[in-house]
Ligand binder design. Structure first.
Ligand SMILES: [Zn+2]
Length: 296
């Protein structure tokens, strides 16, 4: 029995623009929770929940009303992580050698590769090694469909408008744990990443950072999060493909212990809608007819 037969939900939800489409795409790769029963984890779900970006798809839920596309994973990041390279597989997870080359990164070495090994420091996700066929099934049934949904939408908008802007949406614990590169350090309200300037033009990240700082938020840039596979893979600023990552501090909208939304959720959602509107203005100006030959 493979995971496709038992998965309760399609792996990806795609929300089309509900007004005139703009080449602006938001994606939320870590806000899902549905997993197939045969891959039920050994770790307690409370331990795994800290790896999930709960409610992030809802925080950006107004994006389609403003002409944007919103794509969200329905599966949890611990099952398979769309924000890792496809071959960043931790051999310690596997019951048999992987039948191909692997690129094992620091993320895999710290237990947070394509397939998560550790829920929390010292807490394994699975109580066993996974069969190669199980991991191949996860790539086929979850990882590849997520990337295909995002890639095909970005490509279609790029060919129609000549440029496309992509916002990869995440949330972060208010303080890192021992598996994180900033263990124990208190985090700002937002961290915006463009891999040190390589995944988008400066005006795009300046618009996001300036808008959020204008609301009074503390905003870090490329520290401690620079962005990972999703902004790396789809960006090419010289070709009009711009990607950046937004990490929002969970303490702004949820109780990190009970994992419930708290009274701050509505205010944050409203400010993120204002950010979405600021970005649609930004995009509209750059696709306007007559501007530098870029418009379709
Ligand atoms: Zn995330």
């Amino acid at each position: 029995m493979n995971s496709r037969q038992t998965a309760a939900l399609p792996p990806v939800t795609l929300h089309d623009p509900r007004s005139a489409p703009l080449p602006l795409v938001f994606d939320s790769p870590h806000s899902g929770f549905a997993f197939p029963p045969e891959l039920a984890p050994a770790a307690p779900l409370e331990a795994l929940a800290t790896s999930c970006d709960a409610f992030v798809d809802e925080l950006y839920g107004k994006a389609p009303a403003h002409g944007c596309t919103l794509i969200a994973a329905t599966f949890p990041r611990w099952l398979i992580d769309p924000n890792r390279a496809r071959d960043d597989i931790d051999p310690e997870l596997l019951a048999a050698p992987w039948p191909g080359p692997l690129q094992i990164s620091d993320k895999s070495r710290s237990g947070m590769g394509l397939i998560r090994r550790l829920a929390l420091p010292g807490v394994p996700v699975h109580g066993r090694r996974l069969d190669v066929a199980e991991v191949e099934g996860l790539i086929r049934d979850y990882y590849d469909p997520y990337h295909e949904a995002l890639r095909s939408r970005l490509d279609a908008l790029h060919s129609r408008f000549g440029s496309v802007w992509h916002v990869d949406c995440h949330s972060m614990k208010s303080r890192g744990n021992a598996m994180n590169i900033d263990a124990g350090r208190e985090r700002p309200d937002f961290v915006i990443g463009n891999r040190d300037g390589s995944t988008c033009d400066g005006d795009f990240i300046d618009c996001v950072v300036g808008t959020l700082r204008g609301f009074g938020y503390r905003v870090g840039v490329n520290d401690p999060y620079k962005g990972a596979e999703l902004v790396r893979r789809y960006s090419n600023p010289a070709a009009g493909r711009h990607s950046l990552q937004i990490e929002v501090n969970r303490a702004l909208y949820m109780d990190e212990t009970s994992r419930e939304r708290h009274q701050g959720f509505a205010a944050l959602e409203a400010r993120l809608e204002r950010l979405i509107v600021a970005l649609t203005d930004f995009v509209r100006e750059r696709i306007a007819p007559g501007r530098s030959g870029r418009a379709a």
